[in-house]
Write a protein that binds this ligand. Structure first.
Ligand SMILES: [Zn+2]
Length: 337
């Protein structure tokens, strides 16, 4: 366990299966009335590891005759790498689970939860699908559900102890922290900030080296950019603690870099479409252009982002779509260079 700021500790959970189950962070704000941020994975081994780390921290505090009370757990958003361990941690540690109203609504039932992962938007703009395509999509979805359940130890939270608005204050060790909505990556995403310390818990929105995943049906590019801009405008921001990877000690630079990267990608996709002129271009061709020679896995991850960007450019009326024979969607520029 690493102390990333005085009395704020990071438990790094090991991942598995490469990008499918990335290493995940759990944070502890330790003290007389502390808080755990995010619950990590819910498989037995990982939960056991987290509990052991928390017990060790408690012993350390008691050894130093310092108050240690850790009664609450806050979840940043309803993605399985962040909440799956919550119910088991509650059982093991006797803590209360706090969810935002939006997160609580998403974790109520399996049906609602999985709806947010169904790759709709015309199955990521493959448009009209063949029977084989449909069977493939169905199987992919089933396998996805099965992998989530097994690898992540997925456990929904249909009985949180406390639900809170997305915009509110919370007292931690006698200090006020602000909770605010930061949708984009997930529509229910919240962040936690203490202006005096300049410390932000950013969940998945701001990560040190990884580009945050965005894709339908739940992500929104416009919301994401707005959230990053709002975070950039926080007064006195000094340290960002993301849900994956190491602490960000240069928040201003990293936030500017993220915004720049998104703008660049947007321009890149727009240019591809303008260059295609009267021939138009399909989402698959755009993915291939952006990630030449990459495998199916990387392409399927990138595809969600491309689809969101296309919708955004359509909304700005910079491009328009046309459905062709065999259900192929092509995008055309609404202007020429
Ligand atoms: Zn997430």
């Amino acid at each position: 366990m690493e102390e990333v700021y005085p009395d704020i500790f990071l438990i790094k959970e090991k991942g598995a299966y490469g990008a499918f189950k990335p290493p995940q962070n759990i944070y502890i704000i330790a003290g007389s009335d502390g808080l755990i941020i995010d619950a990590g994975y819910g498989d037995k081994k990982t939960v056991k590891y987290a509990v052991r780390q928390i017990r060790a921290l408690e012993n350390e505090f008691r050894g130093e005759k310092r108050d240690f009370s850790l009664n609450r757990l806050l979840i940043t958003h309803a993605h399985p790498d962040h909440f799956s361990g919550a119910v088991k941690l509650r059982e093991a540690l006797g803590i209360k689970i706090i969810l935002s109203n939006l997160t609580a609504a998403r974790l109520e039932s399996r049906k609602i939860f999985f709806e947010k992962f169904a790759a709709t938007r015309e199955q990521l703009m493959r448009s009209k699908r063949t029977l084989i395509g449909r069977i493939k999509d169905f199987l992919r979805e089933r396998i996805g559900h099965f992998m989530f359940a097994r690898a992540f130890g997925l456990t929904l939270i249909n009985n949180p102890d406390l639900t809170i608005p997305e915009n509110c204050e919370i007292s931690i060790n006698g200090e006020n922290w602000r909770i605010f909505p930061s949708p984009g990556h997930a529509s229910d995403h919240i962040s936690l900030y203490n202006e005096k310390k300049g410390v932000l818990f950013s969940g998945d929105n701001v990560l040190r080296t990884i580009t945050t995943w965005l894709g339908p049906p739940d992500s929104d590019l416009e919301d994401y950019i707005k959230s990053i801009e709002e975070i950039s405008n926080l007064k006195n921001i000094q340290l960002i603690l993301g849900a994956h990877g190491s602490p960000i000690t240069n928040p201003t630079e990293r936030l500017a870099e993220i915004l720049e990267h998104r703008k660049e990608r947007l321009k890149q996709i727009e240019n591809l479409i303008v260059d295609s002129s009267e021939n138009g271009i399909t989402p698959s061709e755009i993915v291939e252009h952006l990630y030449p020679g990459e495998g199916m896995w990387k392409h399927s991850i990138a595809r969600g982002y491309v689809v969101l960007t296309l919708e955004y450019l359509e909304k700005l009326e910079k491009i328009s779509r046309k459905l062709e024979k065999k259900g192929i969607i092509r995008f055309y520029p609404t202007y020429s260079k």
